[in-house]
Design a protein around this ligand. Sequence first.
Ligand code: MN
Length: 341
Amino acid sequence: MQMTNFDSLKELLHSSPKKIAIIPHKNPDGDAIGSTLAMYHYLTQLNHFCNVVSPNDFPKFLKWMPSAKDIVITDYAGKRAEAIIHQADLIFILDFNTLSRIDELGKWVERSPSPKIMIDHHREPDTFDYMYSDIEMPATCQMVYNFMEQMGDLHLLNKSIAECIYTGMMTDTGGFRFRNTSASTHRIVAELIDRGVEVDKVTSYVNDSQSAARLKLLSITLNNMHFLPEYRTAFMFLKREDLLDNGFQKGDTEGFVNYGLSVDNYVFSVIFIEDTQHNFIKISLRSKGDFDVNEFSRKYFNGGGHMNAAGGRSDQSMEETLIYFQEILTNYQEQLKAVTL
Ligand SMILES: [Mn+2]
C-alpha cells in the first residue's frame, strides 16, 4: 500500500471534530461520487462536519445514492462551495490527482492552507500533504475501503458506505470485467455484501435508469461505427446536431465507446463527440491487452488516462480529426496485430 504520512492523519481524524470538504473530479462518474459519498458517511461517523463539493452536476443514475441530494454543486451554488472550501480544516481529493481537473474549485483549494488528502488511482499525481496513490487499483472506491481499514475503522462500514463503495467498484471495473479486477476486489465485494449491499438493487439503479435520449444517441452512434478489421479497431462519432436534436444531457454518451471492444478480436475503440457548446471534439479511447491508449492519447490528442482507458480532445473539425486518426493508426498496425487477448 503506497500511503504517505497516514499515521499522523489517523491521529488527526480521531481527534476533535473538524470541518471537512470532500471533492470528486469534474463530470463525476460512479467511482467519483461513490468514493466521496463513502468518505462522507465514514467521516460523519467520526463526528466531523462533512460536505461533498462537486465542480458540476452528476448523472441521474447516481442520484439514488445515500446523501447524493446533499452534494453541493459548484455550478449551481458557487458561493456556498467557496465558503465550504474556505472554512474547511481538511480537504479530501478523491478519484483525481491534479487540481486543474476541478476548474475554479481548484483555485479555492490551492488558496486554502488546510491539509489536503489525495486518494486516487490515476497516473502522475501532483504532490499533496497526504497521498494514497496506486495505479494498480481498479477504483478509488476500493482505496477508500483500504483507507478505512488502515485507519482501523472498518467496524464503521455500514450499508450506506458499502453501497457507495460497491457502486464505484462496479462502474470502474465495467461490472467486474476489466483486467484490474483482482482477487482483493472480489474479497472486498464479498465483505460489502455482508454489510448489506443488495447487488440486484444497485445494478438496476445504475443500469436501468437510461433516458430515451441516451438510447436514441446510442443508435446513431452504432450507425456511425466504422470497422477497421486490419487494425482490430472500431471508431464512431457523434455530431453536435445529433446531440442537440435528441435532447442530449451530460452523461448520456457514457460507455458508448465500449461497444467497439465488443467486436470479436478487436482491441481498440475510439469515440469522437463534438462538444455542444464549444468548438472542440471530446475523444474517449479504450483498449484491450497491452495496447496503451494513455500513451496514444498523450501523444496525439492532448489527453491521457490509464493503459486501457483514456480521454483526449481535438480542436480540428470532425472530418479532419477522423482523417488524422486513421493516418496515425497506420503506424500502429503491427502493434495492434500483436496484442494478445
Ligand atoms: Mn476511478
